[in-house]
Each structure stands twice: as structure tokens, then as C-alpha cells.
Design a protein around this ligand. Structure first.
Ligand code: SF4
Length: 353
């Protein structure tokens, strides 16, 4: 569920989001209409409200959307319901609304434990605001996710260590660690900033090591969880499960067909139709390899062989080479990247598809 509003626009952000709240009520109405077009009340077991920033929505709107979901989906077995928020817009009213509508997990953005970095990327919060927001969240929820971005401007030695310490002290159960990409059309791109690839790779290595020491397991290339608190919702994207996406620029995948909504808020409100993109068998096969190899579980070779081909035979030469380089391993029928291999994932995937 995409809520495309934010208090300000971050310098690196290429998502469909805007600080113009004037369309908010029309957007919510359109979202309800879109949800109401779902037929046969499909059963779902996870819900994710993302954005944008759901916590900036006028109070009551999130609950209205949850009611629409309850009406058009079978939500009787929902085990995970996540809402994203930003530290500057967390208040008691928001948290109570979340609790009342059955939220089980809150995702709160940090991005960096350095105020200088946060300022450089135009975030609306500083580190102390993040700390107070998490303390408020913890009164209502114990499953909390947060994230950091590696390669930001003004990033200094020790910032990553500070962020990890902070996450541990605050009892964060899930951490996403993303590599910054400087996207076209963003103020960061216009500023001429470029990422130092080597420094970013070093930062990733340090994050992985530190989080491991602190008991967080990497279950996907950018995602780490403690106490098995993985994101069940996001895991579905990597394992090819069906999902329904609503709102501007939202995507869905239902029975092998991908649907995409327009990426303009005005166009969406005016009722622009979804585009359907039927995936070819080759698309599905490549996607399966790409997504499964991102996970620590890896690719189930027998399952893959039952739908497509046995990679142990068809890609024997490549697999022998990758195994000899110790960047992948085959164990119990699963092909997975080793710790070293996770740094070379794109190259490994290219060999396999
Ligand atoms: S809060 Fe998130 S969605 Fe909003 S502008 Fe910043 S990065 Fe983009």
C-alpha cells in the first residue's frame, strides 16, 4: 500500500513521493476504489503500508484503508502487518492508530547515525529525534525495523559502527542496509555527487561483520534479523509469491502477471488503468535465479529443475568454476552464495542466466 507523501524530499530519493498534501483525501478515496476492484476476496497473510511516509497521513486515513483491505481480502490469517514511518512524524496518536488496526511491526528510517550526513541528504530528522521516536514506538511494538544507507555524502569513519550500536541499544530487531545509488533526476545527482565504490564495499563488509557479531543474521543481501524476526512480507518478493500492490507506482504479481500502476499521483487519482505485463517463461526463470540468489537460503535446485532445468547439468561448467572460486556452494540441494560471493552477486547471477 503506497502512501506517496513526505514532509520534505530527501536529496537521494527517486520514489514517487511529494510534500504536497493537498491531494491527500482524493488519494485515499482512489485507493479505496482500487482496493474495491479486487475480486474473490483473496487470502493474504502479510500487509505492508509503505511510501512515501505513511505516518504523515492525516490520522484516521490509514485505518480507513485497513478497513477496505479487511472488506476485500480475507485477512483472518494475517501474521505480519508493517507500517513505515519517519522519526519526525511518530506521535502517540499515530502509534495508537497502528495498534488499533492490528499493526505488528514498525519500520522507522534512520539512514545514518551522523547528523552531518542526515543534513547533507535533507532528512527531516536528526539522530536524537530517531532515538526518541524508537523509544515511543517501543511502548507499543517490539518488532521494529530500521535502515541505513551506505555511501552517503559526509559519511565518516565510525558512522556505521555508531549506527549498529544504536540499533542494538534500542532493541531494533530487523535492519536493512542499502547501498546508495545516485539516481537520475535527484538533487544528489544534480550536485555531482558520486559514490566511492570501494569505500561503499568496505562499509558493507563492516556492516555484515558487526551485525553478525551482534547476533543479526543476514537472510538477504541487504537484510538482517535478530531472533528470526525476518520481514515475512519482503521475503515474498524474493521467493516469487503472489502480491497485490495498491496506490501510485505500486506493482502487483498475480499468477505470473505483473501489473504496474502509473507513477503520477494526479494520473492515479484520475483513475489511470494498471498496465499488465505478462512475464515470459524466460523472464520467470531469470527472475527466480536473481531473487533466490539474493537470499541466504539460496536457490532450491530440485524445485528449479521441476519447472525449468537442472542447473547442475545445464550450467555445470559455470557452477564448477564458481564453486572452485568459493563464491557459491551447493548444499542439501540448494545453491547459495558464500559470504565472499555476496559481494559478487551480480557477476554470479550473470553466469547463471
Ligand atoms: S522519506 Fe523516504 S520516500 Fe520520503 S522523500 Fe525521503 S527517501 Fe523519499
Amino acid at each position: 500500500m503506497h502512501f506517496p507523501y513526505c514532509r520534505s524530499k530527501c536529496a537521494y530519493c527517486a520514489f514517487t513521493s511529494s510534500p504536497d498534501f493537498s491531494t491527500q483525501s482524493k488519494y485515499i478515496e482512489r485507493l479505496k476504489t482500487e482496493i474495491a476492484q479486487t475480486s474473490n476476496k483473496p487470502k493474504i497473510n502479510t500487509i505492508y503500508f509503505g511510501g512515501g511516509t505513511p505516518s504523515v497521513m492525516e490520522r484516521g486515513y490509514l485505518a480507513q484503508i485497513k478497513q477496505a483491505i479487511d472488506r476485500y481480502f480475507d485477512t483472518s490469517e494475517v501474521v505480519e502487518f508493517t507500517v513505515e514511518c519517519n522519526p519526525d512524524s511518530v506521535d502517540e496518536e499515530f502509534l495508537r492508530e497502528c495498534k488499533d488496526m492490528g499493526v505488528t511491526r514498525i519500520s522507522v528510517g534512520l539512514q545514518s547515525a551522523s547528523d552531518e550526513c542526515l543534513k547533507a541528504i535533507g532528512r527531516a530528522h536528526d539522530v536524537s529525534k530517531f532515538i526518541s521516536a524508537v523509544k515511543s514506538i517501543r511502548k507499543y511494538f517490539d518488532n521494529i525495523s530500521s535502515d541505513i544507507i551506505l555511501g552517503l555524502p559526509n559519511e565518516k569513519e565510525g558512522d556505521i559502527e555508531k549506527a549498529v550500536e544504536l540499533f542494538c541499544e534500542l532493541g531494533i530487531t530487523h535492519i536493512s542496509s542499502y547501498a546508495l545509488t545516485v539516481e537520475e533526476g535527484t538533487p544528489l545527482k544534480a550536485s555531482g555527487y558520486t559514490v566511492d565504490d570501494d569505500a561503499q564495499a568496505d562499509a558493507y563488509e563492516r556492516v555484515v561483520k558487526l551485525l553478525k557479531q551482534k547476533g543479526y543474521e543476514r537472510y538477504e543481501v541487504s537484510n538482517f534479523a535478530r531472533d528470526n524476526k525476518i520481514s515475512l512480507h519482503n521475503y515474498k518478493y524474493w521467493t516469487g509469491a503472489n502480491y497485490y500492490g495498491f496506490g501510485v507506482s505500486a506493482h502487483s504479481l498475480v499468477d505470473g502477471v505483473r501489473y504496474a500502476n502509473i507513477d503520477s499521483v494526479t494520473g492515479y487519482i484520475e483513475g489511470a488503468k494498471k498496465t499488465a505485463i505478462a512475464l515470459t517463461d524466460e523472464d520467470k526463470k531469470e527472475e527466480k535465479i536473481m531473487l533466490a540468489m539474493r537470499t541466504a537460503r539460496g536457490l532450491d535446485l530440485n524445485d528449479f529443475a521441476s519447472s525449468w532445468e537442472d542447473l547442475r547439468e545445464q550450467k555445470k561448467e559455470q557452477l564448477d568454476k564458481l564453486c572452485a572460486l568459493k563464491v557459491v556452494e551447493i548444499k542439501d540441494g540448494f545453491l547459495r552464495a558464500t559470504d565472499e560471493g555476496f559481494y559478487l552477486l551480480s557477476a554470479i547471477i550473470t553466469e547463471l542466466i
